[in-house]
Every structure is written in structure tokens, then in C-alpha cells.
Ligand binder design. Structure first.
Ligand code: NDP
Length: 483
């Protein structure tokens, strides 16, 4: 696979330039330089994509699950066969280590497609028998043309997580990846052409959120929107979609607690906590950015955690030893640093990091940050309430379960939570009372694609994954037959 300097939209099976002829710079965050151009698409491109999807819909929605299974599986195979090329593109676009892109992002992307390609073969709907009177059964038909909009942190991973169930259930899609990380979505469009996906079934429009993204949400032809991104953007999308009663799935921000009890398996907890804090430079919506440690373990934890984090190698995403790559953009780096300043003004002490990592040679203009640990902050200050979405965690001691539940549930978010304890009764009590759509006990990021995925409170609306996604992308219709 070749990395083109000029990315194109994928509409009705062809790679086409934007109608306006305008492009946006695409940066390599590890170098801080522009390396390709992406279409600055607008409502005209979106309209063309929706028209293409509408044309493809009758045949795709009626072609039968076996055909959809075969084509989707072929797309997954092509991604897997080109794992290194896709991972290279993802690492260049995002700044993340190549090893992470390969093991996590791209591996999960082809697994997502394969998972939904096979799920549709087993998807069944309910029937309700009214004794001797009648029988009801539920028909589940595709919604129509749907919009899928995804963020920059796990680009192909999250893009395919939406597109695959939408296509498997017989919808046609108009999708937009983040303008900051478009390359793997572009490679996906080439894979779809190679796999023989009929023209118009999937259309990928590149461009800015407030322009191309907004146009997808506003278009009368899109009947549902599946969005992953920030809570503020989610709010805007919900307001826009409300006027036309579009079906909505919103996967939004998080400020996840990582709760560590004194009776945990210390080594397992420590190894995982370094990852749950700083994997992908802390730019995973599921990262545990608020770490609460039972007081009698606090000092031991702090010393060990700081020592291990200090050793994380920062630098070249293509060096196999690198654990921390660049953050996605200069603007994002500045935002994260502004939160470190806020934390200091709120009384926090920086135990590690808190500043850019100055690299030499070709990486000297790259957006590298030292992994940052802050202590001494109250649970309800802004640093502990707002999403930073970077390599920054706070650590705090607690004494009782009631106290830590108050801290953990104090934010407006409710995406995920992690609890470390060997006491199963306590684990169950915590899982029951935490405001989170996903609770991990003695683990983090262990994902079974069949489980419901999503957040409570301002972390989202609806659930993705398994049956939830198949249900979201279908319209249930009850048919009642009187005996
Ligand atoms: P944004 O909300 O800024 O953007 C997400 C996507 O929406 C991008 O493609 C963006 O385009 C687009 N967009 C922006 N404005 C609009 C609009 N008005 N209408 C339609 N689309 C729009 O999020 P980020 O990309 O910055 O991603 C980080 C956020 O995503 C964090 O808050 C993180 O927690 C959340 N997230 C949530 C996950 C979950 O599963 N709950 C998983 C991963 C991330 P553009 O890039 O061009 O602006």
C-alpha cells in the first residue's frame, strides 16, 4: 500500500477530490511537519456522498447477510495482510508508537470488521406468543443511510467499530474520520475497492468537524448518527440532530477513576496502572486519570509509580523501545500543558513531568510530553473534574469505601472505572455503586466485543458493541398475526 501525498474522498466507489478543490495540511506530530494534504470537504461533498449511499441502499439492504459477511471479511483480510502498512500510517498520523498501532489499533480494526461480519450471521430477533390469540415477531430492518463520525485518538479502531455494524446490518454509510488522523481511513477506502464493496455502500468524506461533520449531521438524508468524540461536540450534535429526530449513539469523554485498595495484587496493579495512565500518551477515553490509593499503601505506591513512570522511554514512534510517542497536535499539547499550570495554581505538586520532553535531531519540533503525575489536589477541583485527555494523572489517598465512592462519582462523566482488590465482596459492592458504563476489576482494557460499551452521565448516550450495535443500526418493527 502506498501513502499518497494527497488524500481523496471515497464516494460511490471512487477516490475523488473535494468539489471546492480546497485542502487542509496533515501533520506528522512526531516531527511537527506537514506530510500530506486532506480534502477540506463541505456540504456539497457530503450531499454527493449521501446521494451515492441512497443509490446503493436498495441493493445492499436486500442482498442478504451471506454476501455482506463475505465482503466485510475480505476487507478485514486485506487490512490484516497489510498490517504493517496500516500501522505505519497510524503511527505517522497520530505520533503513537508503531508497536501500539500494530498490536492495538490495527489488530482491533480488522477484528471489529470480522466480529460484526460474523455477528450478522447469528443475529436473531424476538417473538412474543399470546397464548391462543396471536403471535408477534420483530422484524429488524436497516435504518437507511447513516452517518459515522470518529475521533483522532484510536483512528481506524474507532472508525471500524461504527462502520462495521452499520454495514453488516445493511445500512449504507457516510463516514468522517478526524481531520487530524485521516490516513488509515483513506487506506480503508482502497481496501474496500480491492475487496469489491459495491459503490456507494461506504462513503468517506474527509474534512473539518464543524464543516463536513456538521453537514453529515444536518443532512436530511442521514437517518442516524453514531458519534465518538468530546462531550461538547456530542452536545452540539444532539442539538442539531434533535430537530430531525435522528437516532443517536454518542460515545463521549471520560474522567475515569482507578481505585486501588491495600489488599490488591501489588505487582499486577502497578504494571497495569502505568499502562492505564499513559498508554497512547494518556489519549484513550478509558485511561484512568484519577488514581485513588488506600492511605496505608499510598506512600509505597507513590514511590514505585514515580520510579516506573520516569523510566518510560519517550521518543521515535518507530523505535521498538519507545513507550511514549508524541501527542496528536501542537494545540493539544498546549491544552494539556495549560492543565498542568491549572493544577499547580490549584495547589498540586508535580511529581514527574509537567513539561515537554525536548528531543534532539529530527524530532526536536515534535509534540512530546513527559508523563505527568500530580498529587495534593482536592477531588473536586477543576483538574480532577475536567477531561485532560493527555499523559497527566493525579494521585490521592483515601480511607474508606464511602469516601472513595464519593470522590470517584463526583464528576459529570461516567465512562469507565477500575478497582484493584482481592476482596470479591468489596469488588462487587464497588462495581454496583460506581457511576460508570464499564467497571474493570483487577484489570484494564480487557475487551470482549460482545459486551455493551458506553458511558453514563455526560460520557454518552446508548451503547455500542455486540447486540447493542446491531440493534442500534436496525429499526424494529413488530408484526402481529392473529390466530
Ligand atoms: P471531537 O469531539 O473534537 O471530534 C470528534 C469528531 O467529531 C472528529 O471527527 C471531529 O472532526 C468531528 N466534529 C467536530 N465538530 C463537529 C460537529 N459540529 N459536527 C459533527 N462532527 C464534528 O473529539 P476529538 O477528536 O478531540 O477526540 C477526543 C475526545 O473523544 C475526548 O473527549 C475523548 O474522551 C473522546 N473519546 C471517547 C471515546 C468513547 O468511546 N467514549 C473513545 C475515544 C475518544 P475534526 O477532527 O475535524 O474536528
Amino acid at each position: 500500500m502506498k501513502f499518497d501525498k494527497e488524500i481523496r474522498n471515497y464516494i460511490y466507489g471512487e477516490l475523488v477530490p473535494p468539489i471546492s478543490g480546497n485542502y487542509i495540511d496533515n501533520y506528522n506530530p512526531a516531527l511537527g511537519t506537514v506530510y500530506s494534504q486532506i480534502p477540506d470537504s463541505d456540504e456539497k461533498d457530503v450531499h454527493r456522498a449521501v446521494k451515492a449511499a441512497s443509490r446503493a441502499l436498495p441493493a445492499w439492504s436486500r442482498c442478504g447477510v451471506n454476501k455482506r459477511f463475505r465482503i466485510l471479511t475480505r476487507i478485514a483480510d486485506i487490512i490484516e495482510q497489510n498490517l504493517d502498512e496500516f500501522a505505519k500510517a497510524e503511527a505517522i498520523d497520530t505520533g503513537k508508537p508503531f508497536s501500539v498501532a500494530k498490536a492495538i489499533d490495527i489488530t482491533r480494526a480488522h477484528s471489529n470488521i470480522r466480529f460484526f461480519a460474523t455477528s450478522i450471521l447469528h443475529f436473531a430477533s424476538e417473538s412474543h406468543h399470546m397464548e391462543s390469540e396471536a403471535i408477534n415477531y420483530t422484524l429488524r430492518r436497516p435504518i437507511g443511510v447513516v452517518g459515522c463520525i470518529s475521533p483522532w485518538n484510536l483512528p481506524l479502531y474507532l472508525f471500524t467499530w461504527k462502520i462495521a455494524p452499520a454495514l453488516a446490518t445493511g445500512n449504507c454509510v457516510v463516514a468522517k474520520p478526524s481531520e487530524m488522523t485521516p490516513m488509515t481511513a483513506y487506506l480503508l477506502s482502497k481496501a474496500c475497492i480491492e475487496a469489491g464493496l459495491p459503490p456507494g455502500v461506504l462513503n468517506i468524506v474527509h474534512g473539518l468537524g464543524h464543516k463536513a461533520g456538521q453537514a453529515i449531521v444536518e443532512h436530511v438524508g442521514t437517518k442516524a448518527i453514531s458519534f465518538t468524540g468530546g462531550t461538547e461536540t456530542g452536545k452540539k450534535i444532539a442539538l442539531t440532530a434533535a430537530t430531525s429526530f435522528k437516532k443517536l449513539s454518542l460515545e463521549l469523554g471520560g474522567k475515569n477513576p482507578n481505585i486501588i485498595f491495600g489488599d490488591c495484587d501489588f505487582e499486577k496493579m502497578m504494571e497495569t496502572t502505568v499502562k492505564s495512565s499513559f498508554n497512547n500518551q494518556g489519549q484513550i477515553c478509558l485511561c484512568g486519570s484519577r488514581i485513588f490509593v488506600e492511605r496505608h499503601l499510598y506512600e509505597v505506591f507513590k514511590t514505585e509509580f514515580v520510579e516506573r513512570v520516569r523510566k518510560l522511554k519517550i521518543g521515535d514512534p518507530f523505535n521498538a523501545k519507545t513507550k511514549q510517542g508524541a501527542v496528536v497536535s501542537k494545540a493539544h499539547m498546549d491544552k494539556v500543558l495549560s492543565y498542568v499550570e491549572l493544577a499547580k495554581s490549584e495547589g498540586g505538586t508535580v511529581l514527574n513531568g509537567g513539561e515537554p520532553a525536548r528531543l534532539r535531531g529530527k524530532f526536536k519540533e515534535g509534540y512530546f510530553l513527559k508523563p505527568t503525575i500530580i498529587e495534593g489536589l482536592p477531588y473536586d477541583c477543576r483538574t480532577n473534574q475536567e477531561e485532560i485527555f493527555g499523559p497527566v494523572v493525579t494521585i490521592m489517598p483515601f480511607d474508606t469505601e464511602e469516601e472513595v465512592l464519593l470522590y470517584a462519582n463526583s464528576t459529570s462523566f461516567g465512562l469507565s472505572a477500575t478497582v484493584w482488590t482481592e476482596n470479591i465482596s468489596r469488588a462487587q459492592r464497588m462495581a454496583d455503586q460506581l457511576d460508570a458504563g464499564i467497571v474493570w476489576i483487577n484489570t484494564w482494557m480487557t475487551r470482549d466485543l460482545r459486551t455493551p460499551f458506553g458511558g453514563m452521565k455526560n460520557s454518552g448516550l446508548g451503547r455500542e458493541g455486540g447486540l447493542e450495535a446491531l440493534r442500534f443500526f436496525t429499526e424494529p418493527k413488530n408484526v402481529c398475526i392473529k390466530f
